[in-house]
Design a protein around this ligand. Structure first.
Ligand SMILES: [Fe+2]
Length: 281
């Protein structure tokens, strides 16, 4: 335990966890240290060996309760809380659409009333190059806004929909049950972190449809302005994958996206666990 080190990236967000024996993660003092580091740095990169779905679930559980994810076809058979995300680019065009949709900035699960507070991704197979996952620090993005903009948006609420015409790509098809489970929901545009009281923009370019109480044109203009602000590189950091990495991020104060720039046919397979969250306020 004395060898565990939290090394900040010195970029917009993120820290690398070195010297962690993954089998020890459930020890209260280690789990508490990692939990605190996640709140501070919003993204943790934890190198190691590939894990089984069972091991991945147990590892993720140090950060909260793993929850079953919406799309049934992605569930790993043996451990339903672990989804297997295959984003291999197929020459025959059968690439999973959700992999392409993840190319634009989003926060996981915002189409739910109670979105997952954190997501863990664990790499099983990665391409020989490309496929970085990018992160955006939405706390820093909020804090960098002009005061007049902060005053304008504080207290505004927005509609998140499973699909919106504002998104660049369409989502993959859902079953009737999955559609019934994903009605439109309303969230604050500025979210307060329950652990530390700090504010962050809460945006999702794939789901955010409109601002409550505004005409479409005015709503689009404001959302476009905020999106342009968040696209500034000063808020961004890229994780470059190695096999066995476990990466966990705080969905309450970050967005993420993937570079779909890796070679056709090379396997890209991740395990994913979502951690139960809280109602945004
Ligand atoms: Fe995602």
């Amino acid at each position: 335990m004395s060898t565990l080190r939290i090394v900040p990236t010195n970029a917009a967000l993120g820290a690398r966890i070195e010297g962690l024996d993954r089998t020890q993660i459930a020890r209260p003092e280690i789990a508490a240290m990692l939990h605190k580091a996640l709140g501070d740095h919003l993204l943790l990169e934890i190198p190691g060996e590939p894990m089984t779905p069972q091991q991945t679930r147990d590892f993720a559980a140090a950060f909260g309760a793993p929850r079953i994810q919406l799309l049934r076809y992605k569930h790993s058979g043996e451990v339903p809380e672990v989804s297997v995300m295959v984003s291999t680019l197929m020459a025959d065009g059968t690439t999973d659409k959700t992999a392409l949709r993840a190319e634009d900035w989003h926060t996981d699960d915002s189409y739910f009333q109670t979105p997952a507070k954190a997501t863990l991704l664990h790499s099983i197979d990665i391409p020989s190059r490309g496929g970085d996952t990018w992160f955006c620090n939405m706390r820093a993005a909020y804090e960098a806004l002009p005061e007049a903009t902060k005053r304008r948006i504080d207290g505004l609420r927005a509609i998140h929909a499973y699909d919106t015409s504002r998104a660049r790509n369409r989502p993959s098809a859902r079953t009737a049950q999955e559609i019934a489970e994903t009605p439109d929901v309303e969230h604050p545009l500025v979210r307060t972190h329950p652990d530390n009281g700090r504010k962050a923009l809460y945006l999702n370019f794939n789901r955010l449809d409109r601002i409550v109480g505004m005409e479409r044109a005015e709503s689009d203009a404001l959302l476009d302005e905020l999106a342009a602000h968040c696209r500034k590189p000063e808020f961004h950091y890229a994780h470059k994958w190695a096999v066995g990495d476990a990466v966990i991020w705080d969905n309450r104060a970050t967005m993420h996206r993937v570079d779909v720039d890796y070679p056709m046919g090379e396997k890209r397979v991740m395990q994913r666990v979502l951690i139960e969250g809280d109602r945004p306020f």
